[in-house]
Design a protein around this ligand. Sequence first.
Ligand code: GDP
Length: 297
Amino acid sequence: MFESLSEKLEGAWRKLRGQDRITEGNIDEALREVRRALLEADVNFQVAKEFVADVRDDALGAEVVSGVTPDQQFIKIVHDQLVALMGEQNVPLAEPRAKGRPAVVLMAGLQGTGKTTASAKLALYLQKNGQKPLLAAADVYRPAAIDQLQTLGGQIQVPVFTLGKEADPVDIARASLERAIADRHDVLIVDTAGRLSIDDAMMAELERIKAAIDPEEILLVVDAMTGQEAANLTRAFHDRLGITGAILTKLDGDTRGGAALSVRKISGQPIKFVGVGEKVEALQPFYPERMASRILG
Ligand code: GDP
């Protein structure tokens, strides 16, 4: 499907081979290939540019390692930088802030990104880990969003809190938190409305929900197929809401997942989970190492 970065670097490597170290004179072509590979993997242009500059500094400053050819050393530097940028480790979901309160997870994102599906997937994932989640249906605008969440909740046997589609989303969120506390749920996942594009009314509503329930997590749901746009999207949501992490959906599709790099670099917050299919089981924790290999191909 994709030509791997190592294949693409072949040409550039040939120049590095036979030389005993990476120098200003021989690194540029290899760096150009890295940048091309990142762009092809949907990494945002600016993010790719900064990344390549960092790799350049690292590679030029690298000590000569005996028994390792410069091309091997170079690819390791690229890989390590990618992993470092994506946060090294998987970061688990936040714990409840206080005793007697659930960990509240506010789901945010554009319509169609997989927010409702991701809410149910996350509930199932946490339930399998011995937790007792409650789902809240605060998307009152998209026709059928409440039904969809109820159907999914039924499938995984997780209760869904709703006040119907006439209620105010802020009231729904607040009441769902009261219910979660009363019924001793340890996690509350609030599904919210998205729009087709970034929109002031959507952001204002999310801010009001945030103020009402003071969530432990605000997870931005990003469609991995969004490509370059993932960067702008992240900036817009992070500036208004202060996201604490992201879920990257539709990674089963035809993308290398460079959006992960953009989201992380722009918000500084970790990708916590990835969606890998339409089924409710298709959610996995995010592992930076795996994603680095996928992006590099
Ligand atoms: P919302 O508008 O953000 O709530 O989006 P939905 O949860 O309704 O999802 C929109 C569409 O994307 C649905 O058809 C989902 O089945 C599909 N979807 C969600 N997550 C994934 C995923 O990880 N992989 C694939 N292939 N499809 C997904």
